[in-house]
Design a binder for this molecule. Structure first.
Ligand SMILES: Cc1ncc(COP(=O)(O)O)c(C=O)c1O
Length: 394
């Protein structure tokens, strides 16, 4: 039976990792894969997570199943982290899932279950897995314009024009902060406009929150979505702990569903648990248990916040450093957008040919759409990178 399967297109980022590994040049630079790197190029286990894991090893006395929807303490802590302690807990259904991807998958399924005709709108461009998952689930999708290649900022007029077509009960997927792949984010005023549109048109926003704490700070990065949640009857949020807790491989995420009232929230919670059951039954516990300890123990939490803040500041300093180096190289400010973008990524606006030349001639590896991972930059390599970018005609 398996001869009938068709080959799948190779994952571009994984192919890039292989190419990078095979490159013998000592000064090669990997700006491709989307994981945080410190100054030594490592993706560390965060101090507070390590301490929480050590404590778990000492204190955990059973690995028996927990609840289908996941651990209640984890879900409460995630709800507070994302929506704030003042959020209306009785209107929020929550589910634990393997990573942000698992949470997105679960919420897409819930939306389709609630309304079989729901269309999901995604930004152009977006994280490629959004479109791929929707195709896999057979959920209709449409895209809205988001990025202005001239300014490398958000083309908000075009976004609004396109989203005027979003109907009642359509789902509009927004990146909570640190837009992947562009780094261009919505302002507080733009979040407000989208909130008004959701109220007037009846669409339900779904927020993909994969980088809370990587942009302007833990609270700052969710200010837009919190303002929206305060005014809307319904909203979906998929939160990932992969980046901000550094627990990529442990697969930790949460889906949050804001409902009209407590009865609707109980129904949503019931359905989320049932969806977990038919997908993988109980969500993985270890990483979520460590995250719960970090979020609820004051000392661990303070240390986590301090380390996360240092990571964020490192990325901001690298952004500023690269923008400054490019100013010196070009004598103009056309690369200043790198300093105003937020999060791990910036889309440089290079052509595929320029991306290829950067790799071949300069050993600089980035994704084909010219997305760079800022955390992959080296402080002592900014001038060389600026020269390379200008040399290929950017
Ligand atoms: C925009 C976006 N959403 C969701 C995810 C999901 O991350 P994970 O499933 O590893 O938690 C990522 C990871 O790269 C992402 O960039």
């Amino acid at each position: 039976m398996f001869e009938s399967l068709t080959p799948q297109p190779p994952d571009k980022i994984i192919a890039l990792i292989d190419e990078f590994r095979a490159d013998p040049r000592p000064d090669k630079l990997d700006l491709g894969v989307g994981v945080y790197r410190d100054a030594e190029g490592r993706t560390p286990v965060m101090r507070a997570v390590k301490a929480a894991e050590a404590r778990l090893l000492q204190t955990q006395d059973s690995k028996s199943y927990k609840a289908l929807a996941g651990d209640g303490a984890f879900l409460d802590a995630m709800r507070d982290l994302v929506l704030g302690a003042e959020a209306p807990a009785d209107r929020i259904a929550a589910v634990q899932a393997p990573g942000g991807t698992g949470a997105l998958h679960r919420l897409f399924e819930l939306a389709a279950k609630a309304d079989s005709g729901a269309v999901v709108w995604i930004s152009d461009p977006s994280w490629p897995n959004h479109a791929a998952m929707l195709r896999h689930l057979g959920i209709p999708q449409r895209s809205y314009r988001y990025f202005d290649p001239a300014t490398r900022g958000v083309d908000f007029a075009a976004m609004v024009e396109d989203l005027k077509g979003a109907g009642p009960r359509d789902v509009v997927l927004l990146h909570g902060c640190c837009h992947n792949p562009t780094g261009a984010n919505l302002t507080a005023e733009q979040w407000d406009v989208l909130t008004e549109m959701a109220l007037a048109q009846g669409f339900v926003p779904m927020i993909d929150l994969a980088y809370q704490g990587f942009g302007d700070g833990l609270a700052e990065d969710v200010a837009g979505l919190r303002a929206m949640a305060a005014r809307l009857p319904e909203m979906l949020i998929a939160a990932s702990c992969s980046k901000n807790f550094g627990v990529y491989r442990d697969r930790v995420g949460a889906g949050l569903v804001l409902c009209r009232d407590a009865a609707a929230a109980a129904l949503a919670a019931d359905n989320l648990a049932a969806l977990n059951r038919v997908n993988y039954s109980f969500p993985p516990d270890h990483g979520a248990a460590a995250v719960t300890l970090v979020l609820t123990d004051p000392a661990l939490r303070a240390d986590w916040e301090a380390e996360l803040d240092a990571m964020r500041r490192r990325m901001l300093a690298l952004r500023q450093g690269l923008a400054d180096a490019l100013r010196r190289e070009t004598n103009d400010g056309r690369f200043d957008f790198i300093a105003s973008h937020r999060g791990m990524f910036s889309r440089l606006g290079a052509s595929p040919e320029q991306v290829e030349r950067l790799k071949r001639e300069h050993g600089v590896y980035m994704v084909g759409d010219s997305r760079i991972n800022v955390a992959g930059l080296r402080e002592d390599g900014l001038e060389a990178l600026a020269r390379a970018l200008v040399a290929v005609g950017l």
